[in-house]
Design a protein around this ligand. Structure first.
Ligand SMILES: [Zn+2]
Ligand SMILES: [Zn+2]
Length: 144
C-alpha cells in the first residue's frame, strides 16, 4: 500500500490541501464581520477578505492562499450561536428603561427600552423635554 491512504488530496490547483482546522474567529466589530485565520503552514494570522460573503457557507471547503507563505489551503466555517441570558425585570412588572434612539431626522426618534428592546413613540412630554417635534411637523417642514 502506497502513501498510507489518508485524507490528503491533491486539488485542481495543484497545491497540497491540508485538513486544516484553522482557528477561525468571527468578531462582530461595528457591524463589520472580521475573520482572522491562521495559516496551517506558516502559522501567520491574517484577515480573510469576505467580500461577497466569501467564507460564510458552512461545511464547504473554501480555498485560501496565505499572503505570507503563498501556500494554498482550505478552511471550513462553522458558525456557532451563543446566548447571553439577562434578567428583564421590565417584562416582570418593573418599568421599562426607555432611552431616546439616535435617529435622523430627530422627529422620527423613538424610545427603546435598553433592557428588553421594546420600542414606543415619544410622549408629548418627552418631545418637549428633548425638544423634538412631531413626525407631522417634520413632514410639514419638508413641504416648505
Ligand atoms: Zn502561510
Ligand atoms: Zn423593557
Amino acid at each position: 500500500m502506497q502513501g498510507g491512504g489518508g485524507l490528503v488530496r491533491t486539488p485542481h490547483f495543484g497545491s497540497l490541501a491540508v485538513r486544516a482546522s484553522p482557528h477561525l474567529e468571527v468578531q462582530e466589530l461595528n457591524n463589520k464581520t472580521k475573520m482572522d485565520i491562521e495559516c496551517p503552514y506558516c502559522g501567520e494570522e491574517f484577515d480573510i477578505n469576505h467580500d461577497d460573503g466569501f467564507g460564510y457557507a458552512e461545511g464547504v471547503k473554501h480555498h485560501q492562499e496565505c499572503p505570507h507563505c503563498e501556500k494554498s489551503f482550505v478552511f471550513e466555517t462553522s458558525i456557532s450561536f451563543y446566548y447571553e441570558p439577562e434578567k428583564a425585570d421590565c417584562m416582570n412588572g418593573d418599568a421599562h428603561d426607555y432611552r431616546l434612539s439616535s435617529t435622523y431626522p430627530r422627529e422620527l426618534s423613538q424610545m427603546q427600552c435598553s433592557t428588553c428592546g421594546d420600542i414606543r413613540q415619544l410622549s408629548d412630554d418627552e418631545r418637549s423635554k428633548f425638544n423634538i417635534g412631531t413626525k407631522e411637523s417634520y413632514f410639514e417642514s419638508l413641504k416648505q
